[in-house]
Design a binder for this molecule. Structure first.
Ligand code: CYC
Length: 169
């Protein structure tokens, strides 16, 4: 598992080079956003259940077929599995935010996920929507808690939806 610092060290070590200006800039931006990353992580942590619940309601409002007979999230068991998956995405997004690197997502969440979803006919499109809804909720909450630039919050959510949406994961 990698983070912003170890990834950079690995790259420069492979080349046997000292950090250059680009490396310093990227380290600086990681450390500059450090307090925001931590405060958002703790905000998500104390509101995780509510965020997942709200995102689930919005998703099922937008795609009501999911919870109707024949829908993939129909029956209590599958409904709970869906919300549990959303909770996984949110929790791992929090790890990736703190790490400043998406590697944890590749390693722990995305590997083999598409195949699993395909074999259980879990629809990818609405899953992607659910992840994006959580992103919007988290960004809204962060903004209302005074985080000025919330753009760093996009990365993990967008990474998951991009990778899930691609053919050969
Ligand atoms: C931490 C990494 C990790 C992930 C990501 C993960 C996902 C995951 N989701 C699953 C199922 C599932 N996932 C969903 C999700 C949904 N159905 C919908 O219609 C919605 C679009 C969506 C919610 C947004 C559902 C309904 C199932 C159960 C499918 C079934 O058993 O028929 C399964 C199959 C096994 C199980 O039911 O537990 C896995 C492995 N497991 C993991 O360990």
């Amino acid at each position: 598992m990698k983070d912003a610092v170890t990834t950079l060290i690995r790259n420069y070590d492979v080349a046997g080079r000292y950090f250059d200006r680009n490396a310093m800039d990227s380290l600086k931006s990681y450390f500059d956003s450090g307090m925001s990353r931590l405060s958002v992580a703790s905000m998500i942590t104390s509101n995780a259940a509510a965020i997942v619940k709200q995102a689930g309601s919005q998703l099922f409002e937008q795609v009501p077929e999911l919870i109707r007979p024949g829908g993939n999230a129909y029956t209590t068991r599958r409904y709970s599995a869906c919300l549990r998956d959303m909770d996984y995405y949110l929790r791992y997004a929090t790890y990736a935010l703190v790490a400043g690197d998406n590697d944890v997502l590749d390693e722990r969440v995305l590997q083999g996920l598409r195949e699993t979803y395909n074999s259980l006919t879990v629809p990818i499109g609405p899953t992607v929507m659910g992840i994006q809804i959580m992103k919007d909720i988290v960004k809204g909450m962060a903004a209302s808690q005074g985080v000025e630039d919330t753009s760093f919050l996009d990365a993990p959510f967008d990474h998951m939806t991009r990778e899930l949406g691609e053919k050969d994961l």
